[in-house]
Design a protein around this ligand. Structure first.
Ligand code: ATP
Length: 314
């Protein structure tokens, strides 16, 4: 009698969540400025994935290299080594797919609010009719609450209003990725809070992939899905990512009483304080181990008259 050996049913492998392909990936990116003794190594071995539709915040201290990171992502700077890839294309130059809003809103002073925004809209959507472009421009002016000020020029606007024009101009170009480099840091606390709410509202409507650079941990938690600390430079690298597990829509006033918010704020702040402390200790021990060698100079004569010291060639 023959025996049939049946295949044992294989246990179904546990479904592993598949991480989405990143929209932008930074791989082992290093960047410094200058050469020789003035060389400044700013960023070292940066590995970062920006996932489609996510809001990612990078927090760090002043001078650690946050703007350098944004410029690299925008294509305004190129890495010294490593690469930055967006949808299988290495980023080598700026593109309208990556819109950037800087801290110092650079508006054209001779153009009105509408003029500043429509200039970009007309360039990007030149195949649209004039009426379509106008409607599109006005939609974004309304989105940032500036419909009452369309005819004003930048000098007739407050800092917060100018930053809104800058934001609307970038959003209106419909970039795939929005790079926000400390866009609110020049604003007073109240305007900053209003703008945070507006960015949140706009992002919740549009769901564009967004990278926010900030030095404000609370701002990062309010807005982002993930927060990545940038360790202090020189040779700044990225710290571990913190996931923000807070439901949306988020309301700033309610967050202050939320235990998850408070716990996350403590964890990120403690991390940043610890890495800064370590960086200071490392720098202090490096300067102890390699003291600056001073030349062994001896005065030829301390008795020389003052005039001779000043005027005579030695
Ligand atoms: N074009 C440049 N040439 C030379 N050095 C530069 C250049 N741009 C930036 N740096 C230096 O690189 C370092 C990081 O600068 P960066 O502006 O990226 O930091 P940051 O974290 O954005 O600072 P902040 O928060 O103060 O704006 C600083 O020491 C800065 O002086």
């Amino acid at each position: 009698m023959s025996t049939v050996v049946l295949d044992r049913p294989r246990p179904k492998s546990a479904a592993r969540p598949v991480a989405p392909e990143p929209l932008i990936a930074m791989r082992n990116v290093c960047k410094g400025y200058g050469s020789g003794v003035t060389r400044n190594e700013v960023l070292t071995n940066i590995n970062l994935n920006l996932r489609p539709g996510e809001f990612l915040a990078v927090v760090g201290f002043s001078g650690s290299g946050k703007t350098t990171l944004t410029k690299l992502l925008a294509g305004l700077e190129t890495p010294d080594s490593g690469e930055i890839v967006m949808e299988n294309q290495v980023i080598t130059e700026p593109s309208q797919e990556r819109g950037i809003v800087f801290q110092n809103y650079s508006l054209l002073p001779w153009l009105t609010v509408r003029g500043n925004i429509s200039l970009s809209v007309d360039r990007v959507f030149r195949h649209w009719s004039k009426a379509q472009r106008r409607e599109h421009t006005d939609k974004f002016i309304e989105m940032v609450g500036l419909s009452h000020a369309v005819h004003r020029r930048p000098h007739e606007l407050s800092g917060g209003m100018r930053q809104r024009v800058s934001l609307a101009r970038t959003l209106a170009m419909k970039p795939k990725v929005l790079l926000l480099d400390e866009p609110l840091s020049a604003l007073d606390a109240l305007t900053r809070a209003t703008m945070q709410d507006e960015i949140l509202k706009i992002w919740e409507e549009e769901r564009q992939t967004c990278l926010l650079i900030t030095n404000d941990v609370d701002e990062a938690i309010l807005l982002a899905d993930r927060i990545v600390p940038l360790n202090p430079g020189p040779n700044a690298s990225l710290g571990p990512a913190f996931t923000v597990e807070l439901d949306r829509p988020r309301v700033k006033t309610e967050l202050n009483h939320n235990e998850t918010f408070k716990g996350l704020r403590n964890a990120i702040t403690n991390y940043l304080v610890a890495v800064r402390q370590k960086s200071r200790e490392d720098q202090a021990s490096a300067s102890r181990t390699s003291p600056i060698e001073l030349p062994d100079l001896k005065p030829r004569s301390l008795a020389l008259p003052r005039k001779a010291i000043l005027n005579s060639p030695v």
